[in-house]
Design a binder for this molecule. Structure first.
Ligand SMILES: [Zn+2]
Length: 397
């Protein structure tokens, strides 16, 4: 496991000691390797061995297993680590040491877990609340340590030396303990790969933090990830500035104003809509025919919002001695609404199922109001059926 000695080796030669297949996976064991196996929150390396792609690397009992897409033919192989991926992990990982060190020094917060994800990295710490100013101060301290370009060293220690070092956390292993030291700043047991001086981290930015059951979870990015994040956000800000014709420093205010205007406009639209629907309902009631002392409003609409039709049914049936049979033909569905006023003694839900049956509809309701949707081409048949039922019921009265 030579990555412990030098995390900057990207190419090396090795001998294949064993090829084995387990659960359909092709696995190689080499006499020496710089491939980092997943562990300690750091993902495994990828790359090629003997021209074949490495898709997984893991370690068990001191042996590194390389999962390859295909076995190489030769036994002495040239190996190459995907450096872009590895260096990115080294930036995130070393950045994490600094972030954890600053959080510990400032707030006595321990880092409970760490992981490098595809987009961001996360740590959970034993302090559950931060203000925006505190997070910004932590970021300033971390980046200050980055720009001081402090050496990062790693070494294996015996028990005696271990007890003399001001370790930030206890080691998770009892043997072969490796300490990663950010010179004079932070001592922490770690088996990962790190940059050789803090300047190579470039920058660290906390993207956000949230409370968890154990404390707080901080999401952060370092190096090229932070650059990518900045590029994406800058792009977004420029886009907003363009579509709103606004200066950057005024964007927040501008968006707040738009949101308020939108809410107000929506409120006005709702009021006007209800007014229009009321007028429409009144005109329909006026034009309706009276049968056995009861007004029947029978109307087929096209392309209306289903909520409008429901509202219309309610508005019409608010009038005494009235029954509404309303249809609404949309592209994919035909809506039907049957509503009656409180003083009309007809159980609408008593015949509604049969009405739905005539146009493959689904829906339901109560004695006073029923609503459903079905085939638009058979909607008129369903409405006629409903009308016949209503007349039948009126005749019974
Ligand atoms: Zn580390």
């Amino acid at each position: 496991m030579l990555f412990y000695e030098d995390s900057y080796i990207k190419e090396f030669k090795a001998k294949i000691l064993e090829k084995r297949e387990e659960k359909g996976k092709k696995i190689l064991i080499l006499d020496r390797t710089y491939f980092y196996p997943e562990g300690g929150g750091q993902p495994h390396d990828t790359g090629v061995i003997g021209g074949k792609k490495v898709v997984g690397v893991y370690e068990k009992d001191g042996i590194v297993y390389h999962v390859v897409e295909e076995f190489p033919q030769e036994d002495e192989v040239f190996c190459e680590i995907d450096w872009e991926r590895r260096f990115d992990h080294m930036q995130q990982h070393t950045g994490q040491h600094l972030l954890s060190a600053v959080l510990f020094k400032k707030y006595g917060a321990d880092t409970e877990s760490f992981s490098i994800g595809q987009v961001s990295s996360h740590i959970t710490v034993t302090r559950d609340v931060f203000t925006e100013e505190e997070i910004e101060e932590v970021e300033r301290d971390v980046n200050n340590l980055i720009y001081k370009n402090i050496a990062v060293k790693s070494y294996f220690v015996d028990k005696k030396l271990l007890s003399e070092l001001p370790l930030r956390k206890k080691p998770q292993v009892t043997e072969n303990i490796r300490v990663v030291e950010i010179e004079g700043i932070d001592y922490s047991p770690c088996g990962g790969t790190h940059v050789k001086s803090t300047g190579e981290i470039g920058i660290l930015k906390v993207k956000k933090w949230e409370r968890t059951t154990k404390g707080a979870r901080l999401e952060f990015v370092c190096g090229f990830r932070a650059l990518k994040d900045y590029q994406r956000k800058n792009h977004l800000v420029n886009y907003l500035m363009q579509v709103l014709s606004e200066k950057e420093e005024m964007l927040k205010e501008h968006l707040q104003k738009i949101l308020e205007e939108y809410k107000e406009a929506k409120r006005e639209i709702d009021i006007l809509k209800e007014k229009l629907l009321k007028e429409e309902a009144e005109s329909l009631i006026k034009k309706s025919e009276v049968y056995g002392g009861i007004r029947i409003v029978y109307k087929l609409f096209e392309g209306r919002d289903v909520e409008d039709i429901k509202m219309m049914g309610k508005l019409i049936s608010a009038e005494n001695k009235t029954v509404a049979i309303l249809g609404n033909k949309r592209r994919d569905v035909g809506d039907i609404v049957i509503a009656r006023s409180l003083d009309v003694d007809i159980a609408v839900n008593g015949f509604f199922k049969e009405v739905l049956g005539t146009f493959e509809g689904k829906g339901g309701g109560n004695v006073q109001f029923c609503q459903g949707g079905g085939s638009p081409s058979r909607l008129e048949l369903a409405m006629d059926k409903a009308l016949r039922f209503v007349i039948e019921e009126i005749n019974k009265m």
